[in-house]
Design a protein around this ligand. Structure first.
Ligand SMILES: N[C@@H](CCC(=O)N[C@@H](CS)C(=O)NCC(=O)O)C(=O)O
Length: 218
């Protein structure tokens, strides 16, 4: 019997695991999660002994395969379980990758800002100012469209869906200037699979860890 896919991460936050998690959900993969609540269990007990070259969280276990890096996991899940998420043609694939590489860089910057202590309003606005031209171009490219690439859901949309929540948490008023980006977020949010995910016990409210200064803690 084939063993179940397991996504391993910290408990209590969506974090970087949310990105491959969205792909698992979209693809309808039946997966388990192993969520650490104790640092030592990961850093002292499990991390040193895992048979992986690059142990990190999140990581995915699928049979004998163990991989880390949230974006590598996203691509793997798509390729194995829902190939169209990577793009239906070689040209779409290239565009999906183009967006993914872009969003990954923005995501790392955005998360670093979220975990910086005492972030001022000025610093939040500055983050968007730095990327203003790119956000304007993305917004324009989405005019009259429900997806970044073609007319179907791809990894570019899934990645964007998570990062948009983080960006809105950094500075909602600025994000709302990009109406087409906001519309895409809300149109993805209405997808049945995503609504079902949100209603499930797999949905986690908190975006970042407790130590983040920018968060959506209730
Ligand atoms: N480049 C990795 C970064 C992973 C990372 O920084 N993970 C954080 C949580 S988001 C962590 O606590 N990793 C545990 C570790 O460093 O062992 C990725 O994108 O997945």
């Amino acid at each position: 019997m084939e063993s179940k896919v397991v996504l391993v991460y910290w408990g209590g936050l969506r974090g970087a695991a949310q990105i491959p998690r969205l792909a698992l959900e979209y693809a309808g993969v039946s997966y388990d999660q192993s969520l650490y609540t104790n640092d030592e269990d990961w850093f002292k007990r499990d991390k040193p002994t895992l048979p992986m070259v690059l142990p990190n969280l999140p990581y995915l276990k699928d049979g004998d395969l163990l991989i880390s890096e949230h974006d590598a996991i996203l691509r793997y899940v798509a390729r194995k379980y829902k190939p169209e998420l990577s793009g239906k043609t070689i040209e779409d694939f290239a565009l999906v990758e183009n967006y993914l590489c872009f969003w990954t860089k923005i995501y790392i910057e955005a998360v670093n800002l979220c975990y910086t202590p005492d972030v001022t309003e000025e610093r939040r606005v500055e983050f968007f100012k730095k990327h203003e031209e790119k956000f304007q171009r993305l917004d324009k490219a989405l005019e009259g469209k429900d997806h970044f690439v073609g007319d179907y859901t791809t990894n570019a949309d899934l990645y964007f869906y998570h990062i948009a929540s983080v960006l809105m948490c950094i500075h909602k008023d600025t994000v709302e200037k990009y109406q087409n980006l906001v519309n895409l977020f809300w149109s993805l949010d209405k997808h049945e699979w995503l609504q079902n995910f949100q209603k499930s016990d797999r949905w986690i409210h908190q975006l970042n860890g407790d130590e983040a200064s920018i968060n959506n803690k209730q």
